[in-house]
Design a protein around this ligand. Structure first.
Ligand code: IPE
Ligand code: IPE
Ligand code: MG
Length: 255
């Protein structure tokens, strides 16, 4: 639970434990420059590197980045295949640096739809970095909140059919325990770049009490100071989780 100072605001040093980002606006960034959308996606990868490093420096525990949604297959074939290539290349190129910097890499989403070579790279990347402690970088790839919840229900139903779980076992905690993020804290801060103010089937269950931050900045233009602005906004908010403001200020809130 987040520490709260006497003013009822989050303590100055309280950086969000988990930041989840919808990295949106790559295509528009390129189009503004009369460039093909691919240039925007390539520029977006550079931003990923900056933001990962900055989060690690700030002591953020988990950074989840929405890289490809379960709906993004609807894009033109050329764009989908460019995104797959870029994903594979980036993974290959960055894995050793991530490892050297103590970053633990994880993927969430239905990876069975990806080419086998890519699935293998994802698995190798996770294995190579599994004991790292600095920052957990979660890449949501072919991810959808609906998929996550359906998969959790499938796992629960399987356990019910073998008798491992009874029907009365259903609870918010049980559902959380079967999501792809079961071992991670829920996001404290959600950021969406690119100006749209929607969730687009990201971490639906996990965002129940997350603070939302929307910025018109396009993802390739988002930088360390943009992230600092988002964190500053987060720090200025009072998280009540259903309590009253007085309960938070007087520290009588029980969580
Ligand atoms: C986000 O940028 C990247 C992915 C969805 C892979 P977009 O490609 O959605 O960029 P816009 O929204 O078209 O500008
Ligand atoms: C959400 O962005 C998915 C990712 C950033 C990977 P989109 O650009 O696909 O979202 P919509 O379609 O505008 O809602
Ligand atoms: Mg978009």
């Amino acid at each position: 639970m987040t520490d709260v100072d006497n003013s009822g605001l989050l303590a100055e040093n309280d950086v969000p434990r988990h930041i989840a980002i919808i990295m949106d606006g790559n295509g528009r960034w390129a189009q503004k420059r009369y460039l093909p959308r691919a240039f925007g996606h390539r520029a977006g990868v550079k931003t990923v590197r900056k933001i990962v490093e900055h989060c690690a420096k700030h002591g953020v525990e988990v950074l989840t980045l929405f890289a490809f949604s379960s709906e993004n297959w609807r894009r033109p074939k050329d764009e989908v295949s460019l995104l797959m290539t870029l994903f594979g290349e980036t993974l290959q190129r960055e894995i050793n640096t991530l490892d050297k910097n103590g970053i633990r890499l994880r993927f969430i989403g239905d990876r069975s739809a990806f080419p086998t070579v890519l699935q293998n790279k994802m698995q190798e990347g996770e294995a190579q970095t599994k004991d790292n402690k600095a920052l957990t970088l979660v890449i949501a790839a072919n991810y959808g909140g609906h998929w996550d919840i359906c998969t959790a229900f499938q796992k629960i139903i399987d356990k019910m059919s073998t008798g491992e779980l009874g029907q009365q076992a259903i609870s918010p905690q049980l559902i959380k325990d079967h999501l792809s993020t079961s071992d991670l804290p829920d996001p404290d801060l959600f950021i969406r770049t690119g100006g749209e103010e929607r969730v687009s089937n990201f971490l639906l269950w996990q965002l129940a009490y997350t603070e939302f931050y929307f910025t018109p900045t396009l993802w390739p233009d988002f930088d360390e100071s943009s992230l600092d602005d988002a964190i500053a906004s987060f720090k200025s908010r009072q998280r009540r989780f259903g309590h009253t403001s007085d309960q938070i200020i007087n520290k009588t809130a029980s969580f």
